[in-house]
Design a protein around this ligand. Structure first.
Ligand SMILES: [Fe+2]
Length: 213
């Protein structure tokens, strides 16, 4: 057999070997989602209506202002194992850029009372969660983001922020810039797909270190 043919077969075998190794490589620890500050606007008092649909507030007849989106994903550990039955919360400013928080001086009559501001849910047996909210908007000094927290037994909550892919304000946001460049994809999301209801949907998985729960 010609040497070149043998070489090509060896290369094919090496390639096959690498392919066969892929499942083992997948077992390597995943990089955890970077933590970020909760910021000053975590609710002092949780709203009475605090479910996972932030776009409809009990007692209001109209939905929240802004572009309605779904936010879905999983909470997993660094081995890829689902973290089920975990309380996950999100909070963000309304479509006018105002937090429903006494520390936001622009609140009061200016705020959108039809937006819930904060919501929570519990991850299911596969670690999945789902929220309906509004596409995050900028407010003075910050690029658009959604705050997120996962409450862990016997540990402090995991807290971070979710950013929007392709948002030009990210490049000069002081909190986003604190995240190492190689980890920024772990706090990034887009709303490029639509769910069966035609609502733009973003997928965001949270990867938490095992020792934290
Ligand atoms: Fe914020």
């Amino acid at each position: 057999m010609a040497k070149s043919t043998i070489d090509s077969r060896r290369r094919a075998l090496i390639g096959a070997g690498l392919t066969a190794l892929t499942p083992f490589a997948a077992l390597a620890a995943l990089t955890p989602t970077p933590r970020q500050t909760a910021g000053p606007f975590y609710p002092v008092e949780l709203p009475l209506d605090d479910d996972n649909n932030l776009t409809m507030v009990r007692g209001q007849t109209q939905p929240a202002e802004g572009r309605i989106v779904d936010l879905t994903g999983r909470v997993i550990d660094t081995s890829g194992k689902e973290m089920k039955h975990m309380r996950i919360e999100i909070w963000q400013c309304d479509a006018r850029g105002i937090y429903h928080h006494p520390g936001d001086r622009r609140r009061g009559t200016q705020r959108d009372e039809k937006f819930q501001g904060h919501g929570h849910t519990i991850t299911d047996n596969q670690g999945r969660y789902r929220f309906r909210t509004i596409h995050p908007v900028p407010y003075p000094g910050r690029t658009p983001h959604i705050h997120v927290a996962v409450f862990l037994p016997n540990s402090r909550p995991f807290v971070s922020q979710i950013y929007v892919e392709g948002e030009p304000r990210n490049s000069h946001d002081f909190l986003y810039q604190q995240i190492p460049v190689e980890k920024r994809h772990l706090v990034m999301m887009d709303f490029a797909t639509e769910n069966p209801e035609g609502i733009p949907t973003g997928n965001f998985d949270l990867i938490l270190v095992q020792k934290s729960y």
